[in-house]
Structures are given as structure tokens and as C-alpha cells.
Design a protein around this ligand. Sequence first.
Ligand code: ACO
Length: 323
Amino acid sequence: MTGSRVLGTGSALPRRIVTNAELAERVDTSDEWIVARTGIRQRHIAGEGETTATLATDAARAALADAGIEADSIGLIILATATPDNTFPATATKVQAALGCQGGVAFDVAAVCSGFLYALATADSLLRTGMAKRALVIGAETFSRILDWEDRTTCVLFGDGAGAVVLEAPSGDTSADSPGIIGTRLHADGDQHDLLFVDGGPSTTQTVGHVRMRGQEVFRHAVVNLSSVLKEVLEDNGIHADQLDWVVPHQANARILDATARKLGISPDKVVVTVDRHANTSAASVPLALDVARKDGRIKAGDLVMLEAMGGGFTWGASLIRM
Ligand code: ACO
């Protein structure tokens, strides 16, 4: 039976745009280097009054409006983030209060760039148990606040933003083309901790810390892990890569998107790319890109869409959805 259905999507971006040229005034880099190595041209950076919770709330409101439903019908909020407003309580509870849909379940998921995939799979599982009828699944980040702005190898790569999806519990429809989540695979490999991590935290340094990354090694693992999990989900569900209408990847680097699509024989025309405008927004990047491609009319009802992401941990995953 097909899983939970996507009723609507939404997204939010901070007001301020920072171009590569502006970054080149702060660190030893250039627009040419950043575009050639990553495909990134600009990113949105949160300003005063903008936090992970405010961006998440704006994205959630947009998703509710798109779905045409009221906040009080939401019984479950799962928010994926590595940059919560506070160590606790969960940022999801701040979103719940802002939306005014008290009484349900609200919690955060930490799986960095693949957080949205982890949150989506968790929400789908809980909706299938009858825990709630409708859920908001949100990816929201203010990564700019954990960047070392002196480190050119990381500060040029990330941006801030949020994306959200309204999910409804499976209808019980068993027809082959019924909309909903068809299959998901998630993975983690804690041995790779040191390739991508934040060098601080409440229980270690009592500081927030900064992103540290061994970029080339992350790149190699990303292409191998992402192509492997995509194959796994396709095979699980007897789908050939040609049958996909769209792939919505985590937007880390245009070269990772190209190399992964090439490995699977997926045409670049079917890959949604927003990394040029948003840079890497970690857990927000997949729902942001999904919303952009739905709102501009590319992704339509009935399309077969693959979401995929990899992030620190490492964690990675993919989810096949009939829209
Ligand atoms: N501007 C100019 N030069 C730079 C910059 C910069 N911003 N950053 C690094 N360089 C220099 C390096 O110092 C190095 O100089 P050297 O040869 O004198 O030592 C040179 O550029 C090449 O550096 P590499 O690290 O080999 O460059 P590479 O082609 O691997 O690109 C990058 C680096 C963009 C980080 C790439 O490895 C990458 O994208 N990795 C994936 C990382 C990623 O996306 N992480 C996000 C989270 S995980 C995920 O989402 C999948």
C-alpha cells in the first residue's frame, strides 16, 4: 500500500542575499572559483529577527496555504535541523506555538543534510500507525550561524532557509498510481564522523562550535552513497531510472548532482537544481527545491519523484513519491 500523501509544500528564505563577490571581500576566494567548483552563485543569509523557527514557521504557513488546510488539523510536527533556536526545547515546539496547533506531537530530528529524509520517513511511519491524521514535515536551518567566516573552504558553501511539506495519512487506496510515499531507505555510518562535523556542543565544549569538513572525501562518499541508495529504492520498487519524472537532490554541489545523475543514467533535465541560488541549506535544501519545482510548474500531480540526500554522520537516504 502506498504511504502518506503530500497535500502541499511551502518554503521561506531570509531577505538578505549574499553574492560570491561579497564573500570575496571577506575571505581569499573568487566568484570564478566558487561557481566552477560548486555551481553556487549566491545564498540567503538570516538577519536580525530571522531564526530557524521563524523561517520554519513561514515555510509551514506556506505549505498549509498550498494544501488548503488549517493549522489546527495538524497533529504531528517534525522539524529537521542542525541549527535549532535553542539546545532545548525542540524548535518544532516553537513552530507549533506560532501556528497555534497545540495538543499534537512536535519534535526535532538531527541528521544534518539528510534530516528532511529522516523526518519524512518518521512522519510517514507515525501517520501509518494512526498517531495523527496530518503532519507538517519541515527542514529549516540557519547554517550561517555555525560557519567559521574565516574558513574559505566551508563558508562559501552554505546558506539559510526552510522548506515544509504537509503529509496526510494513507487513504488505503491500493491502485498502482495512487499518490503517496512509495518507498524510503535510510542509512548511517558513524565511522565517518570526522569528515564532516561541528567542533562544539553542550556536552563537549559548552559552545555552539563551527562546521569542519574534509571536502574532497565528503564529495567522494556523497557520489558513492547517493547513487547506491537511489539504486536500492528503485530496485525495491521495481522502477527503472527512466521512469522517474524528477529527482530532487540535496543541493550540496552541482558537481555532486551531475556525477550522481550520470552514474544512474538520469538525464540532467530531470534533476531539480537550486544550489546556484540557495547554496547548501542542509536539511532545508530538499523541501526548498521540491517547493520551487512545484510552484514553477515543473513537478505536477501524478509525477514520480525521487528525493535524496546525504549529510554529516554520515547519514543518507532516498524516498520515492508519487505526487
Ligand atoms: N576559494 C578559493 N580557493 C579555495 C576555496 C575557496 N573558497 N576553498 C578551497 N580552495 C582551495 C584549496 O585551498 C586548494 O588549494 P591548494 O591546491 O593550494 O591546496 C584548492 O582550492 C583545491 O581544493 P579542494 O578541496 O581540492 O577543491 P575541490 O575541488 O575538492 O572543491 C569542495 C572543494 C567544493 C568543498 C568540494 O570538495 C565539495 O563540494 N565537497 C563536498 C562537500 C559538501 O558539499 N559538503 C556539504 C555537506 S555534505 C553534503 O551535503 C553531501
